[in-house]
Design a protein. Sequence first.
Length: 186
Amino acid sequence: MAGTYGRGLDELLMRLTDVFLVIPWLPFAVILAALIPPLNEPSMFKIIIVIAVTSWPATARIVRSQVLSIRERAFIERAIAIGSGRLHIMAKHLFPNVVPLVFANAVLAVSYAILSESFLSFFGLSDPTKITWGLMLYNAFNFGGFANAAYWFVLPPGLCIILVVTGFTFSSFVLDDILNPKLKQR
């Protein structure tokens, strides 16, 4: 919408996005997780809300820039010339051209979400009844796994986080190469 509707709405939405991009992620996530009700009960729902609130700005910026680029192409000018409305242009021309980018970025966002959940669980802000890799690292830290060099407590969850995040990151790069027509080799 920001890329399509122009000045007023674009400025408002991008300044809101800038606010979320400027705030340091970790303190903001910790404060947000602590303030979402119920206050004294960590839950997985809180973690999902925190990840959703903190992960959208980068995707919004990328999609807006792609929409601004597509909006300047000849087929959009032709659609405007024949009398197509903004909603028609968004649905039939802009959205299909942006979906591959959003899909590839969503796969990358999964790795961001895994890292975010691990960080928040390590800080004790997650649901202690749900076993996660971050909670395993939190328990290893609290019970002396780091201090006593007990690698068997630290290494498996740490490696799992690294491997899964790296796998989703590489998958995102591959999907971007496949779905982005600009990157296709001729």
